[in-house]
Write a protein that binds this ligand. Structure first.
Ligand code: TXE
Length: 532
C-alpha cells in the first residue's frame, strides 16, 4: 500500500513539503525517484491507543520528533502523562481480569501473532523507511530490524501452547503437576536504538503467554510503534490487550512502574534508568526484567583468521552507529598482532560511508538524538584527557547535504588502559577502544573487569581455547569467531549490571509466566489432625 499514496502526495506536494512536520518524509533516492511517507499515512500520530481505540492524550502537550540526519522536526506526537498511563493500566487490567484473552485457545493467540507478522511483512519497506527517518539508522539496518520483528512474531506464534506443564513424584495419595499461567498486566518500556524490534521482543512473548500489555516506546523514536499499532487494527484483538502510550520516561513510563495494578515491567535501556525502575517496582514487588547496558569485550588472538576477525571487529562496533547494547566496544588484541590489527582497522574505518541513513549507499547513519550526540562527544574528550590516543576520527562530522545531522566520525582509540572511563563506561556510539593483552589469562581478566556482562566474543582458530574462554567470560552471550548474531531461539540478557532475566527463546516466554503447582489428594478423607 503506502507507495501508491506516496506517489499521489508527491504529485500534489512536490519538494515544497520536504521539511514540513505535517509531511513526514521526503527521500530523494538520488535516482530521480521521489518517495514520501506522510502524516496522512500515520493518521493517529498525536494520539494514544487505549482500550481498543485511538484517544486524545489528557494534556495537549506535544513532543517534537526529530530526524537525526538533519535535525528537522518530522512529527509532533502526544505527550502522555500519568492520567494516560492510568487509563491504559485500567484497560489492560480489565482485559486481563475479565476479558477473554487469557482464555483464548493457544492456537487463537498464535493466529493473531501470525497475522501481526504477516502485516509487518506486507508493510516492511514502509516501516523500515519510517524507522530510518526517526532513528537515523541505514535502510539496510532498518530492513534487518523489520525481518527481526517478523521472525519474532512468527517464533512466538509457533510457541503458543507448546511449553506445557510438568509432573513430579509426590507421596501417595498426592499427585502434583506444574502449570504456567500469564502474569497479568505487563508494562513494556522500549529504547530508541531498535524501536520496533525491541517492541516485538517484548510484545510477542507477552501476548503469546496470555498477558495484556502497555507499550511505552522511547519518546525519541515513537513513529514505528504508532504506525505498527495503526496497521494491526485490521486484526480482531480484544480491547485492552494491546495499549500504546507515548510520552517521556518520567511522565508516561514511571507511573507504569509505580502502579500496583501492573504485574510486570520489561525494560530495555540504560543501566541507571533500569535501577530506578527496579526501585519504583517495589510497591507491589512486580516482576522485573531488565536488559541494560554493556561494555562487551571482543577478543582477538594471534591465531585467529585475521581477515574475519578484523571484519567483525569493525562490524561489532560501528554497526547501528555503535548504539547497540552488545556492541564490541572494547577490542582486546593479542600483543603479537596488535600493531597490524590497529593498522588494518584504521584502513577499514576510513572506508565507512557515513551519512543520511535513507540514502541507499550510506553505511553508517547519525547518532540518534541530541542527548546521545553530546554524550558521545563528551566521552571522546574524556578519552583524550585520560591519555588514550586517537588513531582515527574523534570529531563531529560534516556530511554534505546533511550539514545539521548528528554525525560523528567513526572513532578509534588505541593504547587504551582498561581502567580508563572510556573502557569502563558505556559510550553507546561509534567509538572503539583497542586494548593490548599478553596471554589468555590476561585476556580473561581484562574481559571481566567492568561492571557489565552482556556479551563478548573470541576470535581464535583453537577450538579448545575458544571454549575455555567462553566458559570464563562473565556474560550472557559469548560469540566464537563471529559477532552480533542474535538468535530469536536463544536466551538474551546480561550478567552483573547488564540486567536481570532473559528475553527471547523459551526463556523469554517463561519470563512472562507465573509457575503454579497444583497438588491433588487422591484419597479424599479427613486427616483428623486435631482429633487425636
Ligand atoms: O535511555 P533510557 P536514554 C543506554 C546508553 C544511553 C543511556 C541513556 O548508554 O547513552 O542508556 O539513554 C524510559 N521510569 N542505553 O536516557 O532513559 C524512556 O522514556 C521508566 C542502552 O535515552 O534508559 C525510554 O522509553 N522509564 C540501551 C526508555 O526508558 C523511563 C538502549 C529508555 O530510556 C524512565 C538505550 C523512568 N524513570 C540506551 N526514564 C540498551 N540496553 O540497548 C526513562 N524511561
Amino acid at each position: 500500500m503506502g507507495f501508491q499514496r506516496i506517489a499521489e502526495v508527491c504529485e500534489k506536494g512536490g519538494d515544497g513539503v520536504r521539511d514540513s512536520p505535517v509531511f513526514f518524509f521526503a527521500k530523494n533516492r538520488r535516482d530521480g525517484e521521489f518517495s514520501l511517507i506522510t502524516a496522512d499515512l500515520i493518521k493517529q500520530v498525536d494520539k494514544l491507543f487505549i482500550n481498543g481505540e485511538w484517544v486524545e492524550a489528557a494534556s495537549d502537550k506535544k513532543i517534537e520528533v526529530i530526524n537525526p540526519a538533519n535535525r528537522k522536526v518530522i512529527a509532533k506526537v502526544a505527550a502522555g502523562n500519568q492520567e494516560d498511563a492510568e487509563r491504559a493500566i485500567a484497560a489492560a487490567r480489565k482485559a486481563f481480569d475479565e476479558g477473554p484473552w487469557k482464555e483464548y485457545h493457544p492456537s487463537e493467540r498464535a493466529q493473531i501473532l501470525f497475522d501481526i507478522a504477516r502485516i509487518v511483512q506486507h508493510n516492511k519497506e514502509e516501516l523500515a523507511q519510517l524507522e530510518t527517518l526517526d532513528n537515523g539508522k541505514t535502510l539496510r539496518e532498518s530492513r534487518g530490524d523489520m525481518d527481526g520483528v517478523i521472525r519474532t512474531f512468527r517464533y512466538y506464534a509457533g510457541l503458543c501452547g507448546k511449553p506445557y506443564g510438568e509432573t513430579f513424584e509426590a507421596d501417595y495419595p498426592l499427585s502434583a503437576k506444574v502449570v504456567r499461567e500469564p502474569i497479568g498486566v505487563c508494562a513494556l518500556i522500549i529504547p530508541w536504538n531498535y524501536p520496533l524490534l525491541m517492541a516485538a521482543w517484548k510484545l510477542a512473548p507477552a501476548l503469546a503467554a496470555g498477558n495484556t500489555c502497555i507499550l511505552k516506546p522511547s519518546e525519541v523514536t515513537p513513529l514505528s510503534a504508532l504506525r505498527f499499532f495503526e496497521l494491526i487494527q485490521e486484526i480482531d484483538i480484544p480491547a485492552g490487550v494491546m495499549n500504546l502510550v507515548i510520552g517521556t520516561g518520567m511522565d508516561a513510563a514511571q507511573p507504569l512502574t509505580e502502579s500496583k495494578q501492573v504485574d510486570k515491567v520489561a525494560f530495555t535501556g540504560g543501566t541507571e534508568t533500569g535501577k530506578k525502575i527496579m526501585m519504583n517496582s517495589l510497591s507491589n514487588l512486580k516482576k522485573v526484567s531488565l536488559e541494560l547496558g554493556g561494555k562487551s569485550p571482543n577478543i582477538i588472538f594471534a591465531d585467529a583468521d585475521f581477515e574475519t576477525a578484523m571484519d567483525y571487529a569493525v562490524f561489532g562496533i560501528f554497526n547501528n552507529t555503535g548504539q547497540v547494547c552488545s556492541a564490541g566496544s572494547r577490542l582486546l588484541v593479542e600483543k603479537s598482532v596488535y600493531d597490524r590489527a590497529v593498522e588494518d582497522i584504521i584502513s577499514r574505518v576510513k572506508q565507512i560511508r557515513v551519512g543520511d541513513g535513507s540514502i541507499e549507499t550510506t553505511q553508517m547513519g547519525p547518532v540518534t538524538g541530541e542527548k546521545q550526540y553530546e554524550k558521545v562527544l563528551d566521552y571522546i574528550n574524556i578519552g583524550r584527557s585520560e591519555g588514550a590516543r586517537i588513531a582515527f576520527g574523534g570529531n563531529p562530522l560534516l556530511v554534505e547535504g546533511s550539514e545539521d545531522g548528528y554525525f560523528i566520525e567513526p572513532t578509534v582509540f588505541v593504547d587504551v588502559l582498561n581502567d580508563m572511563r572510556i573502557a569502563q563506561e558505556e559510550i553507546f556510539g561509534p567509538v572503539l577502544c583497542v586494548i593490548p593483552f599478553e596471554n589468555e589469562r590476561e585476556a580473561v581478566q581484562l574481559a571481566n573487569a567492568t561492571p557489565y556482562g552482556l556479551a563478548g566474543a573470541v576470535f581464535t582458530s583453537d577450538s579448545a581455547k575458544a571454549e575455555r574462554m567462553a566458559r570464563k567470560i562473565k556474560a550472557g552471550t559469548v560469540w566464537l569467531n563471529t559477532y552480533e548474531e542474535n538468535l530469536i531461539e536463544g536466551p538474551w540478557g546480561g550478567y552483573k549490571q547488564s540486567g536481570t532475566g532473559r528475553e527471547l527463546g523459551v526463556y523469554g516466554y517463561e519470563a512472562y509466566t507465573e509457575i503454579k503447582q497444583i497438588i491433588n489428594n487422591l484419597d479424599v478423607q479427613p486427616t483428623n489432625w486435631f482429633n487425636s
